[in-house]
Write a protein that binds this ligand. Structure first.
Ligand code: PLP
Length: 401
């Protein structure tokens, strides 16, 4: 798999070699407990301090506002539960229909614990229905929890406008920024965000480490109750190698944001080439209000899974955004919430790039993909209003292969 074309970076990223080099000594030489009184543990404690400063710097936050977690899911759970525990008399939560399951499934769970949850709609470009948001805020709203950008389409929500209004109603504002950190600049000093989740494995650190930003003064109760680690906000001996790795990854991400990576140019090139050379393709999500690395494209009249499997045979990794549950292919809840037509829902592919994506890799995708789509359309069982088109096209393609 060494030579695979990896365009699934919103799922997870390759660990940067510099990150690996930084963390390795903390798995071998420096294995002390950062809470120990001796010098051996103390020097490990210093590494944790540096990691915290590096993550804080990426967010323009204070190091005391960073709590290390095990992943994005933990960060989301910790923030949401903390916000509710801090305001026991308020029973209303606002979120959106397109959140990651880390938020969505927790909210569904909270409904069973007598919380009322408003799931905000999005339009056909994946943008938030702001008037619905405005109308749903009440004095009883404890928490507004929204993703900064969507993991499937990359569409960015108007986070600061949302936060401004949340403040007017005294609601705590949590943002799942797992897909955003390292991709666009963030500045917590000029933000309305109270809590923000990030995850290491999306920014070239390993899996198993994340962080939660908690603005100073925000009422917070720990999810993991235990020792005094993380100033009593998250019990459990620190994942020191993970923290060192996350710190280094944050430092590298910060310099990439300043220097630029060329990721957006490659994404745009790929996207434009697909949309102009392969018939019946559409971009899913807003063309501009979007992460620079993500492109979600609908290939009408084909199954996304079939495209993925065919690309996989050519060593190309992407994602369909559909979940295969109990033998039935469920279309993505995000694309469904956008109200996309059936043929697009079932044939959508997410390409997500990273700073390691090369021009040659993009060219390989463009070399392979048109043939894949042609062949699959020739075999496609879809019938629709466009069935006439399909029959004609099948005949042309079958004659070719
Ligand atoms: N939130 C978003 C938007 C994500 O994309 C993901 C992971 O894909 C998560 C949360 C969960 O992060 P983790 O895999 O670190 O638990």
């Amino acid at each position: 798999m060494k030579d695979c074309v990896y365009l699934d970076n919103n799922a997870t990223t390759q660990v940067d070699e510099e990150v690996l080099a930084a963390m390795l000594p903390y798995l071998t030489l420096y294995y002390g407990n950062p809470s120990s009184m001796h010098t051996f543990g103390g020097q490990v404690g210093l590494a944790v301090k540096t990691g915290r400063e590096q993550v804080a710097s990426l967010l323009r936050a204070d190091p005391s506002e960073i709590i290390f977690t095990s992943c994005g899911t933990e960060g989301d759970n910790a923030a949401i539960r903390a916000a509710l525990l801090a305001q026991p008399n308020k029973r209303h939560i606002i979120t959106s229909k397109v959140e990651h399951p880390a938020v969505l499934n927790l909210c569904k769970n909270l409904e069973r614990q007598n919380y009322t949850v408003t799931y905000l709609s999005v339009d056909n470009q994946g943008q938030l229905d702001f008037s619905e948001y405005k109308a749903s805020l009440t004095e009883n709203t404890a928490l507004v929890t929204l993703m900064y950008a969507n993991n499937e389409t990359g569409v960015i929500f108007p986070i600061e406008q949302v936060g401004q209004l949340a403040k007017e109603y005294g609601a705590i504002f949590h943002v799942d920024a797992v897909q955003v950190v390292g991709k666009i600049p963030l500045n917590m000093q000029e933000s309305t965000i109270d809590m923000l989740t990030l995850s290491g494995h999306k920014i070239h650190a390993p899996k198993g480490i994340g962080a939660l930003y908690v603005r100073r003064g925000t009422r917070f109760r720990p999810l993991l109750i235990g020792g005094h680690q993380e100033r009593g906000r998250r019990g459990g001996t620190e994942n020191v190698p993970g923290i060192v790795a996350l710190g280094k990854a944050a430092e590298l991400a910060e310099s990439c944001l300043i220097m630029g990576t060329g990721e957006k140019e490659l994404r745009d090139y790929l996207e434009q080439a697909i949309l102009t050379t392969i018939p019946d393709t559409v971009l899913n999500g807003h063309a501009v209000q979007r992460l620079p690395n993500t492109s979600n494209i609908g290939f009408k009249f084909v199954e996304g899974e079939a495209i993925l499997l065919s690309m996989n045979q050519h060593g190309i990794c992407a994602s369909s955004g559909s979940a295969c549950t109990s033998g039935s292919l469920e279309p993505s809840h995000v694309l469904q919430a956008m109200g996309l037509p059936y043929t697009v829902l079932h044939g959508s592919i997410r390409f997500s790039l990273s700073r390691f994506t090369t021009q040659d890799q993009i060219l390989k995708v463009l070399e392979v993909l048109p043939g894949v789509i042609d062949r699959l359309r020739a075999l496609s069982p879809f019938t629709s209003d466009d069935a006439g088109w399909l029959v004609e096209r099948k005949q042309t393609v079958l004659a070719k292969y």
